[in-house]
Ligand binder design. Structure first.
Ligand code: HEM
Length: 456
């Protein structure tokens, strides 16, 4: 990250200026994320020009503007890797201004963020670890899978042989916004300055400054704007995304809950709540310390902090408290609220039924973690906090149970008890394996127009 410099100022973005899913969840039930290689930039640039010309009769990149009461059948967004921008003809002097997390790309950062062992790049889906092939990620949300097919077919017809597909992933929402492992998700999201709140679950956390999601503006760190390559017409108001295909060992997780329940004499649902920080019905432990209760009012269920300094209500090592410590006392005191990320996720694979026999059907999450700095936000959460637990001495050296890089020999999760010794769960493996990971840049809508017209 750099201090402010003398570049042309970036105008504050309006919803029409930015790619829509940075600022709001679409609530369309299906998604397809397609990783492609660019072979010939010209047809692609022509497509980008048409897709940002505001003509509703042609397929447009979805901006943050509201579509009103009638949802469209599909919504298209696009993001590029560093090598993808080069393949599109972005000049070397512009490329040179991007930060190294993005320019090195996800495979090079794997060890840092815990993509090791079975999650290492050489175990990812074929081609997805090859930065010379991974250029662009298209994201199409749709009301139905047929709507996605129709949008993809149009895009493929318009771009012809200028691209080839490296990998394609389809996800669909599960009932009640659940994700695999059985938890309700998509409750807590940051509120970005000057944009409407993105979800109906308000909280009292500070509003995220524009620069923590859009390049060119004051970030969450005093006097710091994140690296802003020139020209600012292209890069300004752009956002980074860590797109991760995360395979979940659902049967392994359920078996662990049952074992932990037997060992501790507790209810498996209580163990599941302590691991996440929310009961599986979405209620937070802070608001429902002893029982899960009926699903709470969406207007209040996210409005809480962590007054229990010892973690006796919500364990300090729980997924949510690690990923966003809110107002909790942490070692890196100045870091509270500075690593907020917007999460856009969609599960893939069918939900398991209670007592279902294990099968080999792939299940997991298409996870997108949007931010203004991959290092300061996504990696800071994933590396320092989810793995390592550097925010609190009592969990340092341990990993998140839900998705950390755990090994049976060393894994440990402490549940502090209000009146009695801590409960310690151990011997659990890693439940989430990385199948693919890309670091991409989502240009603003004017940035996409610049790519269409002015790159090279
Ligand atoms: C398969 C993988 C994952 C699962 C099953 C999972 C599950 C969940 C669930 C159930 C919640 C609570 C719902 C909510 O408050 O919206 C949550 C919250 C959250 N997760 Fe994850 N998650 C996963 C991966 C990740 C990753 C990779 C990150 C970041 C590196 C992350 C960061 C967060 C954050 C920041 C929150 C919100 C915390 C808050 O605002 O209080 N999660 N996750």
């Amino acid at each position: 990250m750099t201090q402010t410099n003398a570049q042309r100022p970036v105008p504050s973005p309006t919803p029409a200026d930015v790619q829509g899913w940075v600022v709001r969840g679409y609530n369309l039930g299906h998604v397809r994320q397609v990783i492609c290689t660019i072979h010939n930039p010209e047809p692609l640039r022509t497509f980008l020009g048409r897709a940002t010309n505001g003509d509703p009769s042609t397929q447009q990149i979805q901006s943050g503007e509201h579509w009103g009461d009638v949802k469209p059948p599909s919504a298209l967004n696009v993001a590029f890797t560093y090598t993808g921008l080069a393949a599109l003809g972005v000049p070397a002097r512009t490329l040179a201004g991007f930060p190294t997390d993005f320019s090195h790309g996800a495979p090079a950062r794997a060890i840092k963020i815990g993509d090791v062992g079975d999650s290492a790049p050489d175990r990812w889906d074929a081609g997805t670890d090859d930065i010379d092939k991974v250029h662009v990620v298209w994201t199409i949300h749709g009301q139905q899978s047929d709507d996605i097919d129709a949008a993809w077919n149009k895009l493929a017809a318009a771009t012809g042989s200028s691209m080839s597909v490296v990998a394609s992933y389809d996800g669909s929402a599960l009932a009640d916004n659940k994700v695999h492992f059985g938890y309700v998700d998509s409750i807590s999201q940051p509120h970005i300055e000057s944009f409407e709140r993105d979800n109906p679950a308000p909280d009292k956390q500070p509003v995220a400054p524009l620069g923590s999601f859009f390049l060119g503006h004051d970030s969450q760190f005093e006097d710091v704007k994140f690296d802003l390559p020139t020209p600012t017409e292209f890069v300004g108001n752009g956002t980074y995304n860590a797109f991760r295909v995360l395979e979940q060992d659902v049967f392994g997780f359920e078996a662990f809950l049952r074992r932990a329940a037997e060992e501790t004499g507790r209810d498996p649902e209580w163990i599941a709540a302590k691991i996440c920080g929310r009961w599986r019905n979405g209620n937070s432990l802070e608001q429902y310390p002893d029982h899960q209760g009926e699903p709470a009012d969406p207007a209040t269920r996210n409005d809480y902090g962590y007054p229990d300094a010892d973690g006796s209500i919500c364990p300090i090592g729980s997924h949510m408290r690690r990923a966003n410590p809110r107002d909790a006392a942490i070692v890196q005191r100045a870091a509270n609220h500075t690593r907020r990320i917007t999460r856009r996720g969609m599960p893939y694979g069918p939900l398991i039924a209670p007592d279902q026999e294990p099968d080999d059907t792939p299940r997991g999450l298409l996870g997108n973690f949007l931010c203004g700095s991959l290092t300061a936000q996504f990696e800071g959460v994933q590396y320092d906090w989810i793995n390592l637990g550097l925010q609190h001495p009592s969990i340092t050296g341990t990993n998140d149970v839900l998705l950390g890089a755990n090994e049976e020999l060393t894994s440990r999760f402490t549940i502090p008890m209000p009146d009695g010794p801590d409960l310690v769960l151990s011997g659990f493996p890693r439940f989430v394996r990385t199948r693919a990971s890309t670091y991409t840049f989502l240009p603003s809508i004017p940035g996409l127009r610049w790519l269409a017209n002015a790159a090279m």
